[in-house]
Design a protein. Structure first.
Length: 626
């Protein structure tokens, strides 16, 4: 796992090795083990290395192909690189290292950029082909590894994190208005936008080509839900068990110490069980807990740890959140408001004390329908069928407006439900899962900001993904939507930034390409059956995990946010929300912010989520815009 950055020299006033060095230093946490640059008349490349495979100097990047005609900077892991290497050795390629990086170079020289189809893993890379004077940028299929680029006034700059781009002189930090609205709706800025007007993300499963000043981007992979298997549940369960065991084993290859995140849930528990079955020594496991029992899963993690005799480590998040929050949030160079970023940082910090690589259960909820929101969505669709469309469209919005006047959580949920039921399933999915209602937004956003936004609404991002899904079932469409939005924009960003803040690599076998494609071919009822989420995944893990872990109510990687605002982070939150003239106040009504703060502190209402979003936005503003 590493950090990469670079630029095209055209458009740069003074493209020097010193500029590359500054970019590399900004992302040194991603790769503390080695640093090197490449610069010619066309391209500059920089690499920060976290040594995982082939720890020798032969693995240092930027890395050249055997004929010195191609050079690459690469972030990630290719899990099938050994099999690919054997084929390339048989073809006569003279390898100089035992790295997966050199396999990408060799495969590219053999097959061109179509080699992407054979790479199974997580990756973002920049490859400069001197023969054709072509720069290639590519990102893995699901978006585990980040890749940003900046374009303005003839400049083209790219990096693993925006903060590396911001080290260069004269970078335009103009904020994109619609991305601000997106952030408050989703808690993140969805691909391919960023919060900055002139910066973009290369979307997952896409490759960019720059040749003779012309840039083209194309999608090289997508997941299809169209073709369903006719095999039985038992047959598919056995296939899934074999597939997950194989993909977990592939991710256990490393030349450094390796362990696992163990949350107490089904996904991480199943992964740890498969690791234990295939490891010659006890698996090192790490768990984060909270003082508040409503958010504490450690007892369930301990069940799995004891069953598989793991070397178990625990850390409890006490009242020290305020002391570290500013440092943690600084790793996000876009506003990001999933509160679980805090425990993710701590579990990464804990794991890094013992290992350099951690295997996680990420992806189980998005791939196999594990979130509570899928249960809510199913209930809403049943209710839609019980009430005539005309009644829903005419009466329910009026009832929703009545609920919107109440501050209690009951009224908020009623408003969301009635608003969702008054529209179609796709829009309903957005409404139920949006973190801010249209009514809240109308109160919060100031008139000038709303005028600039015009008719823009973040729901279109959800609707576009929903419409693009090729499955006919509603569950297939919302799973596809989450795979294209929430997973890469939220979950994977959180895991990447918080793990790399601690120079820790995280691998996720459930997000293997073949697992995702296998799950997409399953009939919806094998994933969500009679209200039971992740049905087939639980069947696959049933021989491995206790029933208390398999069938307990999902807790999620949550934090006691409402209490934090009244106690542990009260002072720091108040300072950021009220002591700055710019940031939040450029977009929002200061009186509404003060009102919601007061209502939350006096427990007249729970505004914790929107207050958290505002806090994260202001912290980002202070770090990266002010």
């Amino acid at each position: 796992m590493c950090g990469i950055a670079g630029f095209l020299t055209q458009g740069m006033q003074h493209p020097t090795p010193e500029l590359l060095q500054e970019m590399g230093e900004a992302i040194a946490h991603r790769g503390p083990d080695a640093f090197a640059t490449y610069l010619d008349n066309t391209v500059g490349l920089v690499h920060r290395r976290l040594s995982i495979i082939d720890l020798s100097s032969a693995g240092v990047q930027p890395m050249y192909s055997a004929d010195k005609q191609c050079v690459i900077v690469f972030n990630g892991e290719i899990y099938n690189f050994q099999a690919l290497r054997e084929e390339l050795v048989a073809d006569g390629y003279p390898f100089q290292s035992h790295t997966d990086t050199e396999v990408i170079l060799a495969l590219y020289q053999k097959e061109g950029i179509d080699c992407l189809a054979k790479l199974h893993g997580m990756f973002a890379f920049a490859l400069w082909d001197m023969r054709t004077e072509t720069l290639w940028l590519a990102r893995d299929r699901i978006g585990k590894k980040p890749l940003y680029y900046y374009e303005k006034d003839g400049q083209f700059i790219f990096a693993s994190e925006i903060k590396a781009i911001l080290t260069l002189p004269d970078i335009d930090r103009s904020v994109r208005d619609d991305a601000v609205y997106d952030f408050f709706a989703y808690q993140y800025v969805p691909d391919p936008k960023t919060i900055f007007t002139h910066m973009h993300k290369l979307a997952p499963g896409h490759v960019m080509q720059i040749h003779q000043g012309k840039k083209t981007i194309r999608q090289y992979w997508d997941v299809s839900f169209a073709n369903k298997t006719e095999s039985s549940l038992d047959v598919n369960t056995e296939r899934l068990q074999t597939l997950l065991k194989e993909k977990t084993k592939l991710r256990m290859l490393a030349d450094v110490d390796l362990g696992a995140f163990l949350s107490g849930g089904v996904d991480s528990g199943g992964v740890v069980a498969m690791m234990a079955q295939q490891s010659e020594k006890p698996v090192k496991t790490c768990t984060i807990g909270f003082d508040d029992p409503k958010f504490n899963e450690t007892e369930f993690a301990q069940m799995v740890a004891e069953q598989y005799h793991t070397e178990h480590h625990e850390f409890t998040v006490h009242q020290n959140v305020a002391e570290t929050l500013e440092d943690i949030v600084r790793y996000f160079d876009e506003p990001f408001a999933d509160p679980s970023l805090v425990p993710t940082f701590y579990v990464s910090e804990l794991a890094r004390q013992a290992v350099t690589v951690a295997i996680a259960g990420d992806g189980g909820d998005e791939v196999f329908a594990g979130y509570e929101k899928y249960t809510v969505d199913a209930l809403e669709n049943k209710l839609r069928q019980k009430f005539p469309k005309g009644l829903r469209e005419s009466l329910f919005p009026k009832l929703a407006n009545l609920c919107a006047k109440g501050n209690h959580t009951f009224f908020k949920k009623g408003n969301s439900l009635l608003t969702s039921l008054s529209t179609d399933p796709a829009m309903g999915f957005y409404i139920t899962n949006s973190q801010i209602t249209d009514e809240q937004w109308a109160h919060l956003a100031n008139t000038e900001f709303q005028d600039r936004l015009g008719e823009y609404h973040p729901a279109q991002i959800t609707l576009d993904a929903y419409d693009k899904a090729d499955g006919t079932d509603h569950l297939d469409k919302i799973l596809y939507t989450d795979l294209k939005t929430y997973l890469p924009g939220g979950i994977l960003v959180k895991v990447d930034r918080m793990s790399m803040a601690n120079s820790l690599e995280v691998r996720a076998p459930i997000l293997d390409k073949e697992v995702i494609e296998f799950a997409a071919q399953l009939p919806p009822e094998m994933k969500f059956k009679d209200g039971e989420k992740k049905h087939i995944l639980k069947e696959a893990f049933k021989p491995l995990l206790p029933n208390d872990v398999l069938y307990r109510k999902k807790m999620g990687f949550s934090v006691p946010l409402a209490t934090w605002f009244r106690e542990h982070i009260h002072d720091i939150a108040k300072r950021y929300l009220f002591d700055y003239e710019h940031g939040l106040r450029d977009y929002f009504d200061a009186e509404v912010i003060a009102q919601w703060w007061h209502e939350h502190q006096t427990e007249k209402a729970d505004h914790s989520q929107v207050l958290w979003s505002m806090l994260m936005f202001q912290m980002w503003w202070v770090n990266y815009v002010r």
